[in-house]
Ligand binder design. Sequence first.
Ligand code: NAG
Ligand code: NAG
Ligand code: NAG
Ligand code: NAG
Ligand code: NAG
Ligand code: NAG
Ligand code: CA
Ligand code: CA
Ligand code: CA
Ligand code: CA
Length: 667
Amino acid sequence: MNRFDLIYLILAIHLNTAALAENYQNIWAVRIDGDVYKAKDVARSNNFEFIRKASFSLDAFDDIYILRHKDLPNNHRMKRQAVEHDQILKNDSSIIWFEQQRSAIRVKRSAIFPSPSKSNRSISQNEKLRNLWDTTRQFMFSFGMNQNEVRHQFNDELWPSQWHIHSSGFSRFDHGITRVWDMGFTGKGVVVTILDDGLEWNHSDLHANYDHNASYDMNDDDPDPTPRYDLFNSNSHGTRCAGVVSMIPQNRKCGVGAAYHARIGGIRCLDGDVSDIVEANSLAFRNDYIDIYSASWGPSDDGLTVDGPKMLAQMALERGVAHGRKGKGNIYVWASGNGGSRGDNCNCDGYVSSIYTISINSVSESGHFPWYAEKCSSTLAAAFSSGAFSDKKIATTDIHNTCTREHSGTSAAAPLAAAILALVLEANPNLTWRDVQHLIVCTSEFSPLLDERGWRKNGAGFLYNSRFGFGLLMAQSLIQMAIRWDPVPEKYICIVQPKQLFPQEISTKGDMLRVYFMLEQNQGICPIRFLEHVQVKITLETTRRGNSRMFMFSPQDTMSILMYPRLKDNSRQGFRNWNLTSVHYWGENPVGLWRLYIQNSQKDGSILKLTNVQLILHGIRQPGGCFNHRPFRRYLNEDLITQVTAPVAEFNENSPEQFDAFFDNYE
Ligand SMILES: *[C@@H]1O[C@H](CO)[C@@H](O)[C@H](O)[C@H]1NC(C)=O
Ligand SMILES: *[C@@H]1O[C@H](CO)[C@@H](O)[C@H](O)[C@H]1NC(C)=O
Ligand SMILES: *[C@@H]1O[C@H](CO)[C@@H](O)[C@H](O)[C@H]1NC(C)=O
Ligand SMILES: *[C@@H]1O[C@H](CO)[C@@H](O)[C@H](O)[C@H]1NC(C)=O
Ligand SMILES: *[C@@H]1O[C@H](CO)[C@@H](O)[C@H](O)[C@H]1NC(C)=O
Ligand SMILES: *[C@@H]1O[C@H](CO)[C@@H](O)[C@H](O)[C@H]1NC(C)=O
Ligand SMILES: [Ca+2]
Ligand SMILES: [Ca+2]
Ligand SMILES: [Ca+2]
Ligand SMILES: [Ca+2]
């Protein structure tokens, strides 16, 4: 190959990635110090056209407007940012902030192609644990907790296939949903909205629960979220997600929703350009009226993307938790992603890792971590969905007034979790968004998921796992605890600066950057005594981003892996002010020394350079929730804890040659 060919090849690769890259639109979101008239003035004087206020709902983002530059025709697309127009806006002192809009890549989280190489994982990896499981099961039986459906015989055609509710068949365990129905909770008075590619609201198994007031079409800017029909049925996803929550029982049609009296809304936002404005309006839509938003989509799961909410979507989430549900905060349920077979890590997805979202992973019918699922330290809990080829998928409604048994991936797990949380909010509507997260931590169970490795116990006594968070969602325990819940007190945030100076740089395999954070006992500095989320906000420059492995020990010696190496990620962009979130330290006292390690996992000469890092602690000062009594947590079968959390080798930061073995062994 001569030099010219080489250049050509590089160009071609560039063009290819450019085609995948986000497209810039010819509109800007602009925050202006003033009202609509002022905004029109600003537009005129800068040669922009005033389009409208950014917000569809009444009070969200009052001072943000959409402007278009007059030189750029309608629907004009460009590959690059229009910096020259940015310059003009920068010069105007009444403009507080602005951002050119882009159509982001947003992928639905159904798992369509089972990976043959991993489809054998449903066969138990560990016979010993399976036997342990049977012990638990007998234990559960002895408490009458796994009784099968005698009373719940619905005439709906898919009811026999809804194993994720009644656990007949292969599944040895269940969420306890029917027992909650028996207690009288079916989602009455709770509003759940599916953010997706539309909702076929006149479907005869959804129509009676459909709520116009919780619905909108952000793509076409009209109140009707009916999906766009095409030959490939490419917009069936939202309707499938909605059925999981709210199918009508006992009507001989399709199945039964897990919260079958919850009202269901749909926001159509994925069938078109998904700009920051579209996402923000969807996440902020009628947030006093809607209780729970369920999202089964996000940035590409290709294993090389790092992306999350942009400015307006981030503001929408913050508004939702601060003001939504009349101040108690909206519940945002998020699918944790389907990039497992591509080596993706859900902490590279800023929607999943946001502290405002409840991110939910899948568990297969056989109690396994599915081939498509992703690991990360921000996943809070798990719910049933599809798994290996031999496992059943999820039965639900489909477009054209039909039904399907084929819903799959974390796309099905998230709405199932949303439905379970609708039952919880019916039982106690006073719960805040943080109460709901605490309840999940305080009730999820590891014992249904014993076949998988990676269970560890943190310093507060909670079992956690990068695959499943705190374990399988348990509807009955959630509701029993929710009814007598001691509200979680006011939240504090502490920002801890590291002890070293920057930048630091490493290049060889096994080499590590060490960062220590010291939190002194002195109450004045940080009042938190019980942790919620812990974040490491990092700027890491890299010549190959996927090489970085990041993990951190708390003062109680709890280790959380904040970032796994991603083999496919050869980006040179690094992480820029990226929040790595962990829920694994939940309930611990943060006082003491925190040790963060950043390791180059490959021997390819790549360079990692740390330019900025902070430790951000979220938590409470006084006990609340389940922190009132020690131990904070009692599990259904305490005897199994020591057996699943087998001891691991001591981590020795001075022997890099042992790291690979340490990590292989650890999880
Ligand atoms: C911004 O303002 C400065 C001085 O006020 C001026 O020199 C410059 O040309 C302006 N830039 C643009 C793009 O209007
Ligand atoms: C899966 O397991 C079966 C039976 O144990 C075996 O015959 C088959 O080769 C396995 N497939 C793969 C892809 O490993
Ligand atoms: C739902 O609406 C669509 C489009 O208006 C229509 O074609 C379809 O027949 C309706 N389905 C039902 C079950 O009413
Ligand atoms: C929806 O909104 C309309 C108009 O504001 C109101 O009349 C109606 O009662 C609302 N529906 C529900 C189910 O709350
Ligand atoms: C919710 O709050 C109201 C008013 O404070 C109270 O009367 C009610 O008992 C609470 N409900 C639950 C389940 O705690
Ligand atoms: C990172 O976390 C901090 C603290 O929770 C928050 O203020 C900030 O908005 C987050 N950044 C992003 C991009 O989510
Ligand atoms: Ca429409
Ligand atoms: Ca039905
Ligand atoms: Ca992902
Ligand atoms: Ca989250």
